[in-house]
Design a protein around this ligand. Sequence first.
Ligand SMILES: Nc1nc2c(ncn2[C@@H]2O[C@H](COP(=O)(O)OP(=O)(O)OP(=O)(O)O)[C@@H](O)[C@H]2O)c(=O)[nH]1
Length: 379
Amino acid sequence: MSAGLEDIKLEALSLSEGIRDSPVCIIVLGMAGSGKTTFTRSLIQHAQQEFNPYVVNLDPACREVPYAAHVDIRDTVNYREVMKQYQLGPNGGIVTALNMFTTKMAQFAELVRRAGERGHKWCIIDTPGQIEVFTWSASGNIITEGLATMFPTIVVYVMDVVRSACPTTFMSNMLYACSILYKTRLPFLVALNKIDLQDCSFVLDWMTDFEIFQEALEQEQSFLSNLTRSMSLTLDTFYENLSTCGVSAKTGVGFAQLLKKILECVTQYEQDYKPVYEKMRKERLAEQAAGPKPADNVEEAGVAVPLGLGLQDPPANSGNSVFLMAPGLVPQSADGDDEQEDMEEDAKGTAEDQNFHSFVQNHLTVQQNKRDKQQQNLK
Ligand SMILES: Nc1nc2c(ncn2[C@@H]2O[C@H](COP(=O)(O)OP(=O)(O)OP(=O)(O)O)[C@@H](O)[C@H]2O)c(=O)[nH]1
């Protein structure tokens, strides 16, 4: 099967065919801990009957996902191995894993296209926990634009209403949402998540009535609140174009309404956004036809400087090659490595627990000895 997928050539990503009708790609974004993964699971459940979603997990660092993914980046790139081989920290590892996955964008797009032909009407894409890894990286850009030039695509921004109850946090979240909206140029739906814990009507009030938001801000006396006040005036136009829906990914409340809003966004894509992406597609085609541009002045091309860490490509047979495959097809050795690492981590965790336990015991013993001594002195 994996060989079959490798056979998919770049031509499969034929831009000349135009934007297809399905599947509709729904990119789920949101700050760390906002509930993206739980939301994705709930959305799959609610959309299953009518839209038969094709599910993609693009978070290479998550341990488990609570849904069955048709494409899982963890089957394609071993994130821990990437960290090891390239001497990277966790965030660098996630970015690099996503970059590696993006080298298979043509095959990925082809899988999505085939899923549409098999009757999957939606393709739901869960993204990494660290939002900037996707929204501000070249690979996130390639994936988003690549999908949007081939399929109807929308963004669902998951926002934690509990954390956004503070006006300045709310404003930071809105600024982030605004920057993504203008960057992606795609229909944008804000899912106000966790309404089982906190009612979301305050968010709608803040967005529609400037004075109510000012009143809430007056409770806060900080430089940040002054900045937030100025920002809130600027974001007025942004709010006008924003669709919102209160949901609880945990209880499923609000999802019937959310599905309707998603369909409205799809109509919006067809009417307003598709022409923009059609234009982009044509520009790409023209670029492809023109071929690669020669350097303007080769003499001034400069000399490459080796990177500080002496980074090298990993050895060819390191098990770190990039291939796209479906879940359940991970080579045994890769699985074994993961298990081995999990066991090592568990063992490390147990050793740490024991160390901490003996530290507490020693501390208690010293304290007890001190108390005994004091009592003896008093006698
Ligand atoms: N009460 C409540 N808890 C929720 C809801 N949605 C998510 N959570 C909880 O919020 C926490 C984070 O949820 P995740 O789905 O892991 O969030 P995420 O954005 O995917 O997290 P990262 O990918 O790690 O950034 C978990 O403890 C969830 O159980 C909700 O609607 N209500």
